[in-house]
Write a protein that binds this ligand. Structure first.
Ligand code: HEC
Ligand code: HEC
Length: 229
């Protein structure tokens, strides 16, 4: 065996011991951290620098989206959701879940597939930076029922009040609960139907809630939410 081969072997042995020691230390740190702060174990894996959304990048990406979502995410065709004023974390979550196929929609799965995780955050921040437009309830006959469901739920069916999570004025609560105020009623009603049928399976709470509602109830509360501001 040559001298260099021996040195190499030694070096390997040393670095292996080092690696083991570092590994053990790391594990101990993770253990300690999770003891002190439950749920923060992931933070021990050297977190990347905090993400900074770039609105200009987001706007550039949105060029691909404007045919359906308009240039700034405002009121387009009723089938395409208004993105303006929606919470950025919620928008980014939806894009990631379209890409992963957790939320099924042929069109959006295609568009989301072209975006990186950072692109999703940039474009979400761009739409979120805009002010949400006002909407109006269209159907006078169902406004009372819609309001009742929004504020008080459907007690007999165990449906909770929408306002409890989506807030009394429909603005939602960042980062988890999306804004529903001013959204196209057709889109909102379709999402409720999709939660109920399992086409949209990215939130267990909404699957349970929508599963207990009739089509008439979905439409009434969706129309009511469209007029919230
Ligand atoms: C061809 C039309 C079309 C294009 C282009 C398009 N979208 Fe969509 N988008 C839709 C439709 C339709 C839905 C509703 C899907 C559903 O019913 O689940 C949607 C839903 C979404 C949602 C979910 C909103 C919510 O409230 O849950 C986000 C976020 C979104 N689109 C972002 C984008 C972005 C970003 C782009 C561009 C990269 C884009 N869309 C391009 C049609 C389009
Ligand atoms: C326990 C909390 C909770 C209650 C109560 C609740 N929601 Fe939700 N809802 C959520 C969460 C969380 C989401 C976001 C799901 C996701 O991340 O995809 C959501 C999403 C939605 C969406 C999809 C929005 C979009 O832009 O695609 C609609 C529509 C909706 N809820 C309607 C309702 C209605 C109508 C009611 C009342 C009958 C209601 N929700 C009650 C928690 C709740």
């Amino acid at each position: 065996m040559t001298l260099t081969a021996i040195t190499l072997r030694r070096r390997r042995a040393v670095s292996k011991t080092l690696q083991l020691a570092i590994g053990a230390l790391g594990a101990a740190c993770v253990g300690l951290m999770s003891l002190g702060m439950p749920g923060t174990a992931r933070a021990a894996n050297a977190p990347p620098a905090p993400f900074k959304a770039d609105l200009a990048k987001g706007q550039a990406i949105s060029a691909t989206c404007q045919a359906c979502h308009t240039a700034d995410g405002s009121r387009g065709a009723p089938a395409n959701p208004i993105l303006q004023g929606q919470h950025p974390e919620y928008l980014a979550k939806q894009l990631a879940e379209f890409k992963a196929g957790k939320r099924k929609n042929a069109i959006m799965q295609g568009f989301a597939a072209t975006l990186s995780e950072d692109d999703m955050k940039h474009v979400a921040a761009f739409y979120a930076s805009k002010k949400a437009p006002q909407g109006f309830a269209q159907n006078k006959a169902t406004v009372a029922l819609g309001e009742q469901i929004w504020r008080g739920g459907i007690v007999a069916k165990g449906v909770p009040a929408c306002s409890g999570c989506h807030s009394p004025n429909g603005a939602g609560m960042p980062a988890q609960y999306p804004r529903l105020a001013g959204q196209h009623a057709d889109y909102t009603a379709l999402q409720l139907a999709n939660f109920a049928s399992g086409v949209r399976a990215n939130n267990a709470q909404m699957t349970t809630i929508a599963g207990k509602m009739s089509e008439a109830e979905m439409k009434a509360v969706s129309d009511y939410a469209a007029g919230l501001r």
